[in-house]
Every structure is written in C-alpha cells, then in structure tokens.
Design a binder for this molecule. Structure first.
Ligand code: MN
Length: 283
C-alpha cells in the first residue's frame, strides 16, 4: 500500500493507479493537523488496507497523475539523518546522525531555494528514508524492523562549507524534499537491495544500491533509538553514497528514484546563479 497526502494535504492511498481519499477512515484526525493525520494513517493502517478496495469502488478516486502529491510526512517530531553511511572509499563510518529541522520539508514538484550565503557548493544527496511505525526507544537490532512502517525517497540538500557543523550545512528551509508517498514495509521485502538513482535534468548522476550501506537499517534504528524515542511518523534517512555527488545549480530539475519506493522531483532555485566545477569538494 502507498500512503499519500495530496492536493490540500488530504490523506489518501494509491489503489489501482488512483488516489482514494481516506479521510473517513481516520476518525476525525484531519481536524487536528498534519501530524495527527499521518499518525492516524499509521495507527489505522490495517483497517485502511482492508477497506481501501470497497472505498475505491464507492468513490472511484482520482488518477494519481491528476493530483498534486505533497510531502507525505510534513511535520514529523524528528527528522533524523545518518551521516556518512555508505562504504564509498572513505573510512568505514560508525553509525552517526544529525537532526534536520522540519522547516526543510517540501514535496514532489516543489522548489529548493539555495540561500544567499557563501558556500563551497550545494549538493542534493539521494537517500532511502524509513518512516517509523511505532514508538521505538532502546530497541535492539534484532527487533528494529518491527518499528518500520514504510519507506520513502529523501533528498538531503546540503550547503558545503558554510560555517561549520551540520546545522548550517543541512537546515535551510526547503533542504529536505521527501516523497512522493510512503510505501509500506510489506512491499519492500529487502530494503538493503534497492537501486537508488539520481538525475539532474535527463543526465543520470548517481546509481548505487542500498547494499552499500555501512550500517544496516536495524543498526541505524538501534543506535538512533538509544539516544531518544523515535515516534510514529518520524523519518530516519539512511545516508547517501558520496562518490558521484555533484553540484546542483539554478534551473536544475533533480529527480531521485528508488526501486519499489517511488520517484520524486524538485526544482533548484539560486537567485545568485552560481556555478561550480563538477568535482567541487564532496564532503
Ligand atoms: Mn546525507
């Protein structure tokens, strides 16, 4: 099942190529904001899955290409990002994380705005993101996958070389495109065998497999949940392969596609119209 928010952030599922409005299955949660809506989608997922077919027959739904898909988790409590989590020629990293603010979050078709600050380069790191399904605190690696609700695509947009530390590198508004929907875990039997590709315009720039992660998803969940509880609807981005990272500049259309999970595109705007060499330093 794929869960989406669409148009004015209506909750839906994609069923036979159509988006079905599931507002009526969420017990009034939509009146309590986007976070409550997402939490209710997760909490009621079994019920929704069993009723989606009948609801589709009754309401018909809208073809998915005729709706505007929005960020499927607009307001998570935590957006936790793995730092340096691929075996990409550098020192094999221990599990390490930073938090990205929720003001970074935008959805499919939206625009990432490059801030007018001095940087070495802007990058958009393609990453598989895990959406947490139930509260996870101090969970073991062995149990960790029980806490996964589903998966989505994430771009960890980064401003290299501005000040120091993750906050200034990672937190600018619009620096966290996510979506297009959440594909439930049952549809992704092995999240460590997914192809991730990134295009800039029509040019393929990155093509790697999640099999290259240095720390597996269970390991990441175990370590992150040893720091603080991960809550339903929280997002854990699993890092990128740094080898083929390249600059993003004004006018670019950047597309990430993850096998079984989906495809997300955003536009890049930089009012300063800056350019960088292809090999601008990748850290
Ligand atoms: Mn990253």
């Amino acid at each position: 099942m794929q869960y989406v928010l669409y148009d004015d952030f209506k909750p839906g599922v994609v069923f036979g190529g159509k988006v079905i409005d599931i507002t009526s299955l969420l017990g009034g949660a939509t009146e309590h904001g986007q976070r409550a809506t997402v939490e209710a989608m997760i909490r009621n997922a079994k019920d929704i899955a069993s009723k989606a077919g009948a609801l589709a027959e009754k309401s018909g739904g809208k073809p998915v290409e005729q709706v505007r898909l929005r960020q499927p988790v607009p307001d998570p409590r935590h957006l936790v990002c793995a730092a340096r989590n691929y075996k990409d020629g550098r020192e094999a990293p221990e599990a390490n994380f930073f938090l990205k603010g929720t003001a970074t979050i935008i959805g499919n078709g939206d625009t990432c705005i490059m801030p007018p600050v001095d940087v070495r380069v802007f990058h958009a790191e393609p990453e598989l993101a895990v959406v947490i399904g139930k509260e996870a605190y101090n969970v073991s690696e062995r149990d960790a996958m029980d806490y996964v609700f589903g998966y989505t695509c994430f771009l960890d947009v980064s401003a290299r070389g501005v000040a120091s530390g993750y906050y200034m590198h990672k937190s600018y508004a619009t620096f966290g495109p996510i979506g297009p929907g959440i594909v439930t875990a049952d549809e992704v039997p092995d999240p460590h065998k997914l192809r991730i590709r990134l295009w800039v315009g029509d040019a393929l720039r990155q093509d790697f497999s999640t099999s290259g992660m240095a720390n597996s998803i269970p390991k990441l969940i175990a370590v992150a949940s040893s720091v603080h509880p991960l809550m339903p609807g929280d997002v854990l981005a699993t890092g990128t392969h740094h080898t083929d990272l390249g600059p993003v500049v004004d006018g670019d259309k950047v597309t990430i596609e993850i096998e079984k999970v989906g495809r997300l595109s955003v536009n890049i705007r930089d009012d300063r119209k800056r350019k960088w060499p292809e090999d601008a330093k990748k850290e």
